[in-house]
Design a protein around this ligand. Structure first.
Ligand code: MV4
Length: 501
């Protein structure tokens, strides 16, 4: 086993990997930027090394410096987490040529996953289902001809794409000209690669992905699916496993397809194969994520397998000591991503000092967080500060637990998406499992305006009440009146109201 690992990340995922290291008896070293001196990952690590400026390019993206630190710290391996350098093939290669182990797949697999045109070609040739589409499209005329052939609406996509960049929906031929130039330009700017192609546009797809684990000896298993349809602007908000629309048969078909893809890509380590599913439950390969994903805990909760620890064991060269038939998902898990964003104000980023912080706990509750009371949230990094994961025997129990845990979760001083998630948990369509990638815009957005108005009225009344309570010091009366359970909340509410007055 490794003696020391350098974690080239920050926030909740760095904390997650520190925990995996500690359980394996590995010394956890981390890097931190000048803005992260007081971060939780620095406090929890065994060793911490300053890497540079707050801006990611000067710190968490500084490949050369990170490798230099790893060598000086005498770490044997680097775990990249997600984001930053996690899916950078050059970095994976550089780590290796410096005699260190990259805890992730081989650079060649990262490269292939980053090239959608090539991946589509290789995978479709062996019968992997892909969305009907073209090879590279290099002119507007070509685009028009192809769209005519497969029928509108079509979607222009960047070969180097992901996360929706360089994507354009074209509903009729008149829209092609602008869309073609727009997609090409955006791809060039975002990825330095302006190759684009066309696909038939699926109107209301569901996003379902398969977690896989592959060891370096050729063994590969699938760990069931995660449904990640609840998102806004390509930012996932809620994930769950299993998906309500995937039965045992479909799970096996998708799982076997994912394993086939992993083997073709020469994949080693933990990975995710993304699929889009149409309303007739046809599934199509979308892309491969070559990293530990944000939403990995839902799979850990239903399979009992520690994916982060497995990543490290695989990187050392250990064989998977279980086979496909040993993986039997049990129960249901949901994850709510807690962002420091004001969902009532177009998810605008919220910054400040966390003045009160109290995490939920109890049966079936897991919190993966990167913050603590007194911590200051800056604008430098991703607004994801924590993930609340709840397990239940079935989906209903998982939802009730999530709702209960959200109500226990108290964060003051900054605005978070906790209340937003509470809205989703109460939504009838969500409870029935009727999800799509349009769920938020169709179901939640229209209700936000209404809620905002009610909240303003409520705020005025509550503010008056808060002041009354503060001056009369009647907190003890509240306790006598049977409101004991909500005293913390009430105090938090008063603090919030005060700050808004
Ligand atoms: C699609 C699609 C509909 N039809 N492809 C968005 C990110 C990129 N990786 C693929 N994406 C999509 N590709 C076809 N042919 C709809 C999306 C899409 C989406 C996919 C997964 C999760 C959320 C999404 C939100 C909007 C659009």
């Amino acid at each position: 086993m490794f003696k020391k690992i350098l974690i080239a990340n920050r926030g909740e995922i760095a904390v997650r990997i520190i925990r995996a290291c500690k359980e394996l008896g590995i010394t956890a070293a981390v890097i931190y930027s000048e803005a992260d001196r007081k971060s939780l990952h620095v406090r929890m690590a065994d060793e911490a090394y300053l890497v540079g400026l707050p801006e990611a390019t000067g710190s968490y993206l500084n490949a050369e410096k990170i490798i230099q630190i790893a060598k000086e710290a005498k770490a044997e391996a680097i775990h990249p987490g997600y984001g930053f350098l996690a899916e950078n093939a050059n970095f994976a290669e550089l780590v290796q040529t410096n005699g260190l182990v990259f805890i992730g797949p081989p650079a060649s697999a990262i490269k292939l996953s980053g090239d959608k045109l090539q991946a589509r070609k290789i995978f479709s040739e062996v019968g992997i289902p892909i969305i009907p589409g073209s090879d590279e499209i290099s002119s507007e005329t070509e685009a028009l001809n192809f769209a005519e052939k497969i029928g509108y609406p079509v979607l222009l996509k960047a070969s180097a794409g992901g996360g929706g960049k360089g994507m354009r929906v074209v509903r009729k031929k008149e829209e092609m000209s602008d869309a073609f130039r727009g997609a090409k330009y955006e791809s060039k700017i975002a990825f330095g690669d302006d190759r684009i192609y066309l696909e038939k546009f699926l109107e209301r797809p569901r996003h379902i992905e398969i977690q896989i684990l592959a060891d370096s000896l050729g063994n590969c298993v699938y760990m069931g699916e995660r449904e990640c349809s609840i998102q806004r602007r390509h930012q996932k908000l809620i994930e769950e496993s299993p998906s309500v629309i995937v039965d045992e048969n479909l799970r096996r078909k998708m799982g076997e397809t994912a394993v086939k893809i992993a083997k073709l890509a020469g994949y080693v380590n933990a990975g995710t194969v993304e699929f889009l599913m149409d309303e007739n439950k046809n599934f199509y390969f979308l892309e491969m994520n070559t990293r530990l994903q944000v939403e990995h805990p839902v799979t850990e909760m239903v399979t009992g397998i520690d994916i982060a620890k497995r990543q490290i064991k695989i990187a050392v060269g250990e064989k998977l000591d279980f086979s496909q038939s040993d993986i039997r998902p049990f129960g249901h898990a949901l994850e709510c991503r807690i962002y420091t964003e004001d969902y009532q104000n177009n998810f605008f980023p919220s910054t400040g000092i966390i003045s009160i912080y109290r995490e939920p706990a109890g049966p079936g509750v897991r919190v993966d967080s990167g913050v603590y009371e007194g911590f200051e949230i800056s604008l430098y990094y991703d607004p994801l500060i924590a993930k609340l994961i709840c397990w239940g025997q079935d989906r209903n129990e998982a939802i009730s637990r999530m709702s209960r845990a959200l109500s226990e979760y108290q964060i003051n001083g900054i605005t978070t998406t906790i209340e937003f998630h509470q809205n989703v948990m109460q939504n009838e369509k969500f409870r029935r499992g009727e999800l799509s990638t349009h769920f938020i815009e169709e179901e939640i957005y229209p209700k936000l305006k209404e809620e905002k108005k009610i909240n303003l009225d409520y705020l005025a009344v509550s503010a008056a009440l808060a002041d009354y309570l503060a001056t009369k010091k009647v907190e003890s009366e509240f306790i006598q009146n049977g409101a004991v359970q909500s005293i913390w909340k009430r105090q938090a509410r008063i603090t919030t109201l005060r700050s808004k007055l």
